[in-house]
Design a protein around this ligand. Sequence first.
Ligand code: BG6
Length: 499
Amino acid sequence: MTGDIYKQCIGEPTEPSNIVIFGAGGDLTKRKLVPALVKMLRCGLLHKKSRIIGVLKGRTQADWLDSLYHGMHEYAPDIDIDAQQWQTFSALCKMVPGDLQDESTYAELATALETIDGCTHAMFYCAVPPEWYTTIAIGLNKVGLGEEKDGFRRMVIEKPFGMDLESAKKLNRELQAVLDESQIYRIDHYLGKESVQNLLVYRFANSILEPLWNRNFIDHIQISAAESIGIEYRANYYEKSGALRDMIQSHLMQVMTLVAMEPPVEFTADAVRDEKIKVLRAVRAIEPENIKKQTVAAQYSSGTIDDEPVGSYVSEEGVSPESATETFAAVRFYIDNWRWQGVPFVLWTGKRLPRRVSEIVIRFRKPPFNLFDAQASSPLANALVFRLHPDEGIALRMNAKLPGLTTEMRRSVMRAPYSEEGGDVADAYEVLLHDVLIGDATLFSRADEVEESWSIIQPILEAWKDRLAINRYHAGTWEVEGMEELLSDCVLGWHKPPY
Ligand code: BG6
């Protein structure tokens, strides 16, 4: 890619904005934010008069830019940026050195923002651990940067939003004491995945699905995120979090709300989020006596993935040898409303599984009477699969006759890969950063959603908290004790990818 960096692409153009990144020297900035901003600038979605202001300490501006440049090549090689394009991008970047707990850092930031001509909007991205969110919000407010006088002021925070119901409420209270809820953008990068948004289009722009999308036709739904990676040197966080908090309370429950919600009256942030929260409110509380029946927790022991030996969870750096933290979690939810009464929603996730696949699997009921029982090699049921990654797309599992002079049947899968729709599949961070800049909060979690999802998870956290031992599975296998039982009454049982 050479030539003019500013190319046209699809999407609402943004106004000149200051993008302030707290923790601009960290991994998230290098891996995700800068590549996304470079792509947005390159295709004209980021206004060329915007500025990227990195707040960090212990580096010079040249040093910082150098590490961003190398990060681009290491983590986003497909962007294939040339020297001229990097120069155009880096000319927009400015570093404000300082400590987050130091009031003078915010004063300096305010001064830096004042000197930027014609760019009055500001997004404050907190690419720092959550314990800093409140300090940053207070710091900004003290120097008047929380006030929306001449342009927008939006604060972006990453999960985890609390570690349980109480801490989530506390964080919401503290942030709302200095900012308006409409200024707070809670990122859940799963909602930025194009395939997740496509789910909404499939549901609400196609009339053939709606009549089937309910308890009369659907047997159960599985929403999954299998990963082959381990905890990637994040023991400090993961030991306290575990798979339930890390993936189910956040990403997978958010996806569940989109699968289960009623059509909103309009496609606006609040109309969509009002429908999502109704789903969460209808989730049946899991009683202590049902925890065992409705949940699975396990931890990986050593094994082999892609022919490479991998160690156990407890052998990872920073993990206690006695750790009973779950690296695999599954929960079977019920949504008590007219549409979903009695339909299990099984959300599951795990690290060090054989492959990285994330899917929404809608399994339909078996035909009421089976003419072809003798010829069927597996139960006759249909499934619609939304593949969130990799190979985003949709697959419909049907039953078909084998060709030839036989009545035997086989499973036939019709696939519609998203890549064949034309255009570039945007990264979740591109989608979400763009949405913050244009003020569209549809794909961001509202305070009430966050609290509601924690209150659903809370009984499981309580039941699991004093556990001393945990089931194991060998890394690189699907042999997770309890999973087959959790889905034993569901058509076709546990769906281990791929089809
Ligand atoms: C993060 C979790 O939120 O999502 C990680 O903290 C997990 O543990 C990651 O690996 C998965 O994201 P993706 O987009 O790779 O499925």
